[in-house]
Ligand binder design. Structure first.
Ligand code: GYE
Length: 331
């Protein structure tokens, strides 16, 4: 007779746990599966934008609108005006309107995850555009279809590699971070900081958020330049803050590009022109023209293709060797 010792109970429950998936069948595919997208001539598609206070966002929205129009789709556009809470409400309103699919540029990595899941539960597939959600909490192919965007860690790393090459003896760096909690801010910081960590003479003397905004960037740069008069590099997570930093450097009576090296990410026309003018040393591109790739991915999904977890954008690099030739192509 089987004696019910602690050990036999443990063994029995382990055996049961092992047998359970067999009894239920392989972890039911349908429970995990994302909503499908019916093949149609024309879709009603949501685009939940995060804000529209800078040229990058305006170019992205324009690209989405142009492509939707070209293909004959209806675009339901919302602007969260820099508020994750408003963006959650925007996604919920798209769900209520019964859109076929939602393109979402999540302002921050965590707060939008419940909205992504709510859409999937309502049978609406979500494609993340340009910003990602926290990868420890949500996954492509399970919670949303895919993430279309750049490798932000690599962008930060490329900025650092340029700096290490240009100033081999070291640098005192002021870092202007993007929106707190957003994937580009988190990853551009990681990529850069990791690449200079342990390199003799390189030090980030201050790192603070300028919220990806020009005026906030200018204000933060102004106070950090005052607090660290020996800083000789500003690394801005985007062009808007880099332009703000240039204004702050000039207001402090210093010369950008001479006294202080400015490095940036995005590659908008104004910043690439600033490279031509010698005020910015280098910019890693992060192109906002998502329209064609977004709708091509939608079509592939509707056709039943398995979409890769990350549809990666390839970024160019601008410095004095190519900026003059490239400025006309910049967004
Ligand atoms: O760099 C910035 C924008 O999410 C990649 O957000 C995007 C970033 C871009 O506001 O300028």
């Amino acid at each position: 007779m089987l004696k019910l010792t602690r050990r036999t109970i443990l063994m029995a429950s382990a055996a049961l746990a092992a047998a359970l998936p067999l009894a239920l069948g392989p972890i039911s595919a349908s429970a995990q599966e994302l909503p499908k997208l019916e093949k149609k001539e024309s879709y009603k598609v949501g685009f939940a934008q995060t804000e529209s206070n800078n040229p990058w966002r305006i170019a992205q929205t324009q690209s989405m609108q142009d492509e939707a129009k070209k293909l004959g789709h209806q675009l339901v556009y919302t602007d969260a005006a820099g508020s994750a809470a408003k963006q959650v409400a925007d996604v919920n309103s798209m769900i209520a309107q019964g859109v076929d699919l939602i393109f979402l540029a999540p302002r921050e990595e965590k707060p939008l995850i419940p909205a992504v899941r709510a859409a999937a539960k309502a049978g609406i597939p979500v494609i993340l555009l340009d910003r990602n959600v926290d990868q420890a909490l949500a996954k492509a192919g399970k919670d949303y279809v895919t993430f279309i965007g750049s490798d932000f860690v690599d962008e930060g790393k490329r900025v650092a590699e340029f700096l290490l090459k240009e100033k081999p003896d070291g640098a005192k760096i002021i870092e202007l971070e993007g929106t707190t909690g957003s994937s580009p801010a988190n990853d551009r910081k990681k990529g850069f900081d990791d690449a200079i960590a342990g390199k003799a003479g390189f030090e980030v003397v201050a790192s603070q958020s300028g919220d990806f905004a020009r005026d906030k960037g200018r204000q933060v740069a102004e106070s950090l330049l005052q607090a660290h008069p020996d800083a000789n590099v500003v690394y801005a997570h985007n062009d808007e803050m880099a332009m703000g930093a240039i204004a702050a450097i000039e207001a402090a009576g210093k010369v950008p590009g001479k006294d202080i090296m400015v490095l940036s990410i995005d590659g908008g026309k104004e910043a690439v022109q600033a490279v031509v003018d010698g005020k910015i040393a280098a910019v890693v591109e992060c192109n906002p023209r998502f329209g064609p790739k977004a709708f091509e991915t939608l079509k592939r999904y509707a056709d039943g293709e398995t979409i890769e977890a990350w549809v990666k954008n390839v970024d160019a690099f601008y410095d004095k060797t190519n900026a003059a030739a490239e400025v006309a192509n910049a967004y």
